[in-house]
Design a binder for this molecule. Sequence first.
Ligand code: OSB
Ligand code: MG
Length: 376
Amino acid sequence: MKLTEVTLYTMKMRMKTPFITSFGTVQDKTVIVIKATDETGVIGWGEGVAFDAPSYTEETAKTTLHILKDFLIPIVLHREIAHPDEVNSLFQPIRRNMMAKSAIEGAIWDVYAQLTDQTLATAIGGTRDKIAIGISIGLQPTSEQLFQVIEKRLNEGYKRIKIKIKPGKDIELVRAIRERFGTIPLMADANSAYTMEDLPLLKELDKYELMMIEQPLAYDDLVEHAMLQKTLATPICLDESITSLADVKRAVMLGSCKVVNLKIARVGGITEAKKIHDYCVEQGINLWCGGMLEAGIGRAHAVAISSLSGFTMPGDTAGSSHYWYEDIIEPEVVVENGFIQVPKKTGLGYKVKQSFIEQSADQKIVLSKRLGFINT
Ligand code: OSB
Ligand code: MG
């Protein structure tokens, strides 16, 4: 396949409720949509999922656009690509910028799936026809509000509850949830809010038998997580610290975690995500698919990767209507009794609402000329 045109759109999407974590609040999300057209006219879609501020990882919506426009798209435009796995190697000269890489790589996977007349899930190697889904609940103003949200989500059928914690909103909250809801599948995500000085507190969490604690320590750490995992009964799940297969290998070598939260965008795309999946299966590491508050295109990619058999635990890919008043795909992603049906149509399997995107976009950049790649 050969891309002859790539269009970048940016649009602001307001979340139904602001999502609050230990690193900040997301309410108005800048969604970057990538439309990649190949020489035969097939259109593939990708999504840039970085936030406006570099507070979860170092990328932002603006760095994503810059890296895409000035570095990544010039590498793939007008280049013959036999298989989307090649894109991962083509991007090797560019350091990190995982979310930017993933955005265009995802669009190329969509083109490839359509050209080979398969669903994206099948093209990736997915075998499941439905995937199990949990929900990630942001920090709430009061415990009572959190309990109400948990109750609602349990009634909706979500298969696991993830709460956000931070210093001062941790032990007491978890204790109260256990008291009220008993042995529900419960986990906590700290988004790097603790240090090894909090060891006594983290050890106390063991009492509440959480399924796992996600990313308690620094966003770029593996060594202290390994020290922590040795003293904790609760499995550690790494999110921010895992940006590549190499990171997962190091984490396994050190014993930094027992579970991996895999986000396609955080590891630079589907090819890297597949490699991580295969390695986790080989090593017996539990794996589940995380989220970036994606709009429909990113969500569709998450559904596809979650159909691989090594995703052993419910993911964070909640239904579109949980986040958005109107999503950019139709049908929306729907969760029923805690499951999403993997779509059967070729490519993403959902129709991208192109005119809605055109109307909502505050920026549109069309790249079709042969662009010299800067400074390799
Ligand atoms: O740490 O998994 C995270 C949302 C934004 C940034 C980081 C995280 C999250 C979530 C929610 O937990 C994931 C989602 O519902 O998309
Ligand atoms: Mg997380």
